[in-house]
Design a protein around this ligand. Structure first.
Ligand SMILES: [Zn+2]
Length: 401
């Protein structure tokens, strides 16, 4: 058994007072984050000073004493402190070269969220009550919390479709995975969600094609609406709702898939997103596929850590879909609508499964020599021209989705 921290996320339905309190808190969180970010940027630009979390926190105390920002005292102080911690993390990641410079939070772009630590909520008999509230949240327990577990951190959020969520970080114990020496390569396609090197193909969740068509239609409608109009708002809400439905179903699906992959295999190999993006095209299908890829990777990362498995991310570009996984020969271009092809060596391949097999082989080769895991960002000359051709074909092929 391994002790881990695990987040459990549920929908909840706030009362009018709770919704008002939370909206106010979200606004204050955003304001504090932005003000602190602006001050840190100014301090750096004018005096090359790096402000610490402690200094930002002291500034917050000062803002609260001014007439202009006295309203910050009306909401729980914990989410405001937490957002300063998040800003600190963002800067740490920036200085370590892991992330871009932190950006201002905007009402439209950023997720409305507030994080409460142990001192800012009570947890009693399965009821969660946040600071500044008199009644517990009305949570829909879609699955139970682990027996005896209580949350150590609680994050409340509202998505762009207007739905409320509470995510609870709990201590949990998980059984370690059974011993296995199996490996699997995973290829994430556009037409099918995932192909495995074992030959298995996992289709997109049911209804997704229809939802995606609806989404495209709603987005076109939105583009036609006048900026700032009430109709545009309505339309934006509709787009957000369809989007939320697609991503929810996919997430659910990805959870089941990643749990299974990690339970059944000692080694899981995937391609790096930057590598996949060499074949970028701007379609909706692609955007959704990229988003789920990122989610698949992060799920695999933490689940592999839970179960003591190895995740190998192949970050070198290679023509995974055009190379025969049996003999290694390269084939001529394969249009996207061609799902199977036969190599000169006589092997017949499913396009996606073949790609998954090549990914697996590349990953195991990297693992075996141990050293060469550094990204080779610049594809070779031939690689680049192959990329370009593939991009065009991929774009042309999308219409048959
Ligand atoms: Zn072959």
């Amino acid at each position: 058994m391994t002790q881990i921290k695990r987040a459990f996320k549920y929908r909840f339905y706030p009362t009018d007072e709770q919704a008002a309190e939370l909206s106010r808190t979200f606004g204050c969180v955003r304001l504090v984050y932005n003000k602190a970010l602006e001050e840190r940027t100014a301090a750096w630009n004018s005096e090359r000073l790096r402000m610490s979390y402690g200094q930002s926190s002291a500034r917050l105390t000062e803002w609260k004493k001014t007439a202009e920002f006295a309203f910050l005292c009306e909401v729980s102080s914990v989410p405001l402190q937490q957002t300063l911690r998040h800003l600190q993390t963002a800067f740490t990641n920036f200085f370590a070269g892991r992330a871009r410079y932190p950006r201002l939070k905007t009402r439209k772009r950023s997720r409305a969220t507030a994080e409460y630590t142990r001192s800012a909520f009570t947890w009693r008999n399965g009821h969660l009550t946040l600071a500044k509230m008199t009644t517990p949240l009305d949570i829909r327990w879609s699955r139970p919390l682990p027996v005896g577990a209580g949350p150590t951190t609680v994050t409340v959020s509202r998505d762009r479709a207007g739905r409320w969520f509470v995510s609870m970080l709990c201590d949990d114990a998980i059984a370690s995975g059974t011993d296995t020496d199996l490996s699997v390569g995973v290829d994430m396609g556009i037409t099918s969600l995932v192909a495995l090197s074992t030959g298995e193909k996992i289709p997109n969740p049911r209804h997704e094609r229809r939802d995606r068509a609806r989404l495209a239609r709603a987005q076109r409608e939105l583009a036609r609406k006048a900026k700032g109009s009430r109709n545009r708002d309505k339309c934006r809400h509709k787009v957000a709702r369809i989007h939320a439905r697609i991503t929810d179903r996919r997430r659910d699906f990805l959870h089941k898939l990643t749990t299974r992959l990690v339970r059944e295999n000692q080694t899981v190999v995937i391609e790096d997103l930057a590598v996949r993006n060499l074949l970028k095209n701007g379609t909706l299908a692609r955007a959704i596929s990229d988003a789920s890829w990122a989610e698949l990777r992060s799920m695999l990362e933490y689940k592999c850590a839970w179960y003591g498995r190895d995740l190998i991310v192949v970050d070198r570009w290679f023509p995974s879909s055009k190379m025969c996984s049996v003999c290694g020969a390269l084939t001529a271009k394969i249009p996207l609508h061609v799902r199977t092809w036969t190599c000169r060596c006589g092997a017949t391949h499913d396009r996606d499964v073949n790609a998954a097999r090549n990914t697996l082989a590349a990953g195991l080769a990297v693992a075996a020599c141990g050293a060469d895991v550094r990204p080779q960002r610049e594809p070779s000359r031939t690689g680049r021209s192959a990329t370009k051709q593939e991009t065009q074909r991929a774009t042309a092929g999308i219409h048959c989705l």
